[in-house]
Design a protein around this ligand. Structure first.
Ligand code: URA
Length: 296
């Protein structure tokens, strides 16, 4: 026996190159066993969402009121069996309807555990179907400071916690430099599922996930929210400015019972690419320390 591997035929080499190209382009997850002709599916009218219904919780059940699955096929459309199998409502829900459904569901959560359970069942964001894990949060929910990034990457997706990879290691060092760690800070993302191939989440994906992160902030009730990078900052402040303009700025953020501060700063992944910018992040983290100490 030799360990000589046969060299791939031209056809195999072409196939490998084709797959490599797709992985490079971010199509790095198999979504289903069988191919779908999405062009012909597009001819089928999309089901519409009915306004969510609330039903009274039954004794001995979780206090979380289940929102009925609100898909209603339009009259004369194909039976549900014709719908794509693995994307839940994400395949067909209109973004606005999915976002208002998300809002109704997020509002039901009275605790962070409930919110995580509701999110785990939420099937109107397509990212959940390509991600391995829901990446909800890490750290201390009693903390005064809450850090928010953009979306999990491959390491976070595998482990199920935010900021576990190289960016996370840098974030840990930055926190440590001002006396914080994951026992004294709470960490989340504005999108809790990894976008395939680490692409940026689309505006629709951010909009659908946003009610959940807003509820998560309400339930943590931090004194200071730190947005890491432009997507988190823009999502929570409404500012359209780039992060090099907004970093270091304090924005007011309204919670149900009070107004707290939101500090925008640079994302650790950006700092890994542009280490020279760390001095700006250091300034922001010193402001954060001063805010926590009541000196700003
Ligand atoms: N980048 C983010 O924005 N969030 C993570 O959890 C990891 C990397």
């Amino acid at each position: 026996m030799t360990d000589h591997m046969p060299s791939p035929s031209d056809a195999q080499a072409d196939l490998i190159a084709y797959l490599d190209f797709h992985v490079e382009a971010g199509a790095d997850a198999a979504l289903d066993e069988h191919p779908h002709d999405r062009f012909s599916e597009a001819d089928t009218p999309a089901p519409t969402l009915r306004a969510p219904r609330r039903s009274a919780p039954r004794a001995a059940e979780s206090p979380v009121t289940p929102v009925a699955n609100t898909l209603v096929p339009p009259p004369g459309s194909a039976p549900p069996a014709a719908a794509p199998r693995t994307f839940g409502r994400a395949a067909s829900a209109q973004p606005d309807e999915a976002a208002s459904d998300a809002r109704a569901r997020a509002r039901q959560a009275k605790t962070l555990d409930e919110l995580e359970r509701i999110l785990a069942d939420f099937d109107a964001c397509p990212l959940r179907f390509t991600a391995k894990n829901l990446v909800f949060a890490d750290g201390n929910p009693e903390a005064r400071v809450m850090f928010l990034g953009e979306a999990p990457g491959a390491d976070e997706d595998r482990i199920g916690k935010p900021f576990m990879g190289r960016s996370g290691q840098l974030l840990d060092k930055m926190m440590k430099a001002i006396g914080l760690d994951r026992t004294s800070a709470y960490i989340g993302n504005i999108v809790p599922w990894r976008p395939p191939g680490n692409r940026n989440p689309t505006p629709q994906e951010v909009a659908v996930c946003r009610p959940f992160v807003e509820r998560q902030i309400e339930l943590v009730d931090p004194d200071i929210i730190v947005c890491l990078g432009a997507p988190a900052t823009q999502t929570l402040t409404g500012s359209k400015d780039g992060i090099l303009r907004t970093r270091g700025r304090l924005f007011p953020y309204k919670l149900p019972s009070r107004e707290v501060k939101l500090l925008a700063t640079l994302h650790p992944a950006f700092l890994l690419r542009q280490p020279v910018q760390k001095r700006l992040a250091w300034r922001d983290f010193r402001s954060l320390r001063a805010l926590l100490d009541g000196k700003a």
